[in-house]
Write a protein that binds this ligand. Sequence first.
Ligand SMILES: [Zn+2]
Length: 295
Amino acid sequence: MQSAVDPATGRTWSAELYARTAPAHRPVTLECDGAGADGPCRAVTFFRRASVDGRRPCFFSRDHVTDCTSGSIATDDADAGPARPTAAIASRVRWVAINLDPPAPSRGPDGRRRTTEDPSQPSAPRHDVTAGTSTSEATLRPRLRAVLATLQGDGYPPGAVVRLDGFPQLPVERFFVRLEHVDAAAMSGLSRGYYGHVRSVRVDPDDGSWLVRAHDSDISVVVSARALSGSRLSGTDPATLVDGPLLALGHPRPSQRSPGRFYVKVADPTLLEIQAPARPGAGAGATTAPASPRV
Ligand SMILES: [Zn+2]
């Protein structure tokens, strides 16, 4: 779990904020802020520090009510492992509060991973949707890769509202935009979650940035070199990503060089998720991928 509520004040705490707060200023007790079919869960909740092997700080409870929205399906706390769809509790979900991965923590001299405290860094708190918000309604807190897996699968229940700082609050069906065959010009300037499949990845020889083209779309994704270096894609062979699913949070702008084409520039690695295709061996020839025959 990435959030919990202080029953004394009603304030919702994110695990990241809790981890940064001196023990003397932390709430004495915490409760689960999820809900089951019969109402709020309120199970006694504990804090788990960031681990040496790099897991993020989190909250946990062993006493969730049945179907608690903060139970294991809803929160996707596991730091490793393949993405799993999160829509299992479909009809009761009212909020989809996207839980972005924080910037990669720096490593100390002993090789231990540390929470980044550098105020000059683009930081997770800017996107922190959990602190100070009420979560008494059913709320999913999927990580970005789980969001992408869900979009590729059954999707989210229509009407559930996406909540992510810096983006408009919109129903899932309007917030997430399929890149295939979308009217690119109509989406220009609109901050949304754009998703589709990678057609090709061209690495800029000058600065190392990526131009990621999507199948059947006039909207591409440009990943800045800095975003790459701070992301899990760093060190990934782009060829392995062709035909894989792609999700970029941002807004398309018209391309200067290619009239009629648009691109979403990603400068913050937490706003991008690209995965290798599930089918083994599907991603050969990244930089020279031919146009897809499907139109
Ligand atoms: Zn619970």
